[in-house]
Design a binder for this molecule. Structure first.
Ligand code: FES
Ligand code: FES
Length: 164
């Protein structure tokens, strides 16, 4: 039996030690907000935080977690950065199909926790491992600026047909 600290709660899981954390989270713990994309640590869809740092859960054996705190998309809104990122995502309507977005939000929240006012280059560097097939990169970058500053940052948002 392995004990994991997930979103502030201890969860006992009876799984093989080599099972990737993503499988444990989705199939055993029942937290399906974290997505499976490539399975080979290339797309970022499966990103969660370990002690606040973004990691690719699809390639991380559950035995390697130890006592580090796991935060998933279901819990990130309880952190100040996660809450701001989620609000900005909604304000700028970032999501298209949505499949990559849990991982994007996790990477963005981790970025703001370590770099509260990131430049475009900071954002591009931090988000480069998160792939979006729908191509929402421009809105993602603007939403991160908005989460950081509380202000819209150059992307014109159309509400009810009128620029706002
Ligand atoms: S599913 Fe983990 S990086 Fe793609
Ligand atoms: S919103 Fe569709 S893959 Fe990113």
């Amino acid at each position: 039996m392995i004990v994991l600290r997930v979103n502030g709660e201890d969860r006992q899981v009876d799984v093989p030690p080599e099972m990737p954390l993503l499988w444990v989270l989705r199939d055993v713990v029942g937290l399906t907000g974290t997505k499976f994309g490539c399975g080979i640590a290339q797309c970022g869809a499966c990103t969660v935080h370990l002690d606040g740092k973004p990691v690719r859960s699809c390639q991380l054996p559950v035995s390697a977690i130890g006592d580090r705190a796991i935060t998933t998309i279901e819990g990130v809104g309880t952190t100040p950065e996660g809450a701001k990122v989620q609000q900005a995502w909604l304000a700028l309507d970032v999501v298209q199909c949505g499949y990559c977005q849990s991982g994007q939000i996790m990477s963005a929240a981790a970025l703001l926790a370590r770099t509260p006012k990131p430049s475009d280059a900071d954002i591009d560097a931090a988000m480069s491992g998160n792939i979006c097939r729908c191509g929402t990169y421009v809105r993602i970058r603007e939403a991160i600026h908005q989460a950081a500053t509380g202000e819209a940052h150059g992307l014109q948002v159309i509400v009810d047909g009128s620029p706002s």
